[in-house]
Write a new protein. Structure first.
Length: 103
């Protein structure tokens, strides 16, 4: 696994890279930030878990998403935010952790 970014919920406006309709969340582009911060702004009616909306998460790129999820507490099951990338979130001692796999 390889560190990719840190995700920080915010209510501030940023230069949004996109909007995840199903999650009702705006997101920035971490590689464009000097510290690889991904800013996340959730709509008031976002269905995403409160832990993700209120806590900072750390994200890793993995070779096998399903293997990384085995035996873990799943916070957000696997989804495809855009073609070619699968993501999921777990809880690790109460902290959201994101795993991402490129196909």
């Amino acid at each position: 696994m390889k560190y990719d970014h840190i995700g920080v919920p915010t209510t501030d406006e940023h230069d949004w890279a996109g909007y995840l309709e199903d999650g009702k969340v705006h997101f920035s582009d971490p590689p464009k930030d000097p510290y690889r911060v991904e800013w996340l702004k959730f709509d008031a009616d976002s269905p995403m878990p409160k832990e993700l909306q209120t806590l900072t998460h750390i994200a890793f790129e993995v070779d096998n998403l399903d293997a990384e999820l085995a035996g873990k507490t799943i916070l957000v099951p696997p989804f495809e935010p855009f073609p070619g990338r699968r993501c999921a979130f777990i809880l690790h001692h109460g902290l959201p952790v994101e795993f991402m796999q490129n196909s």
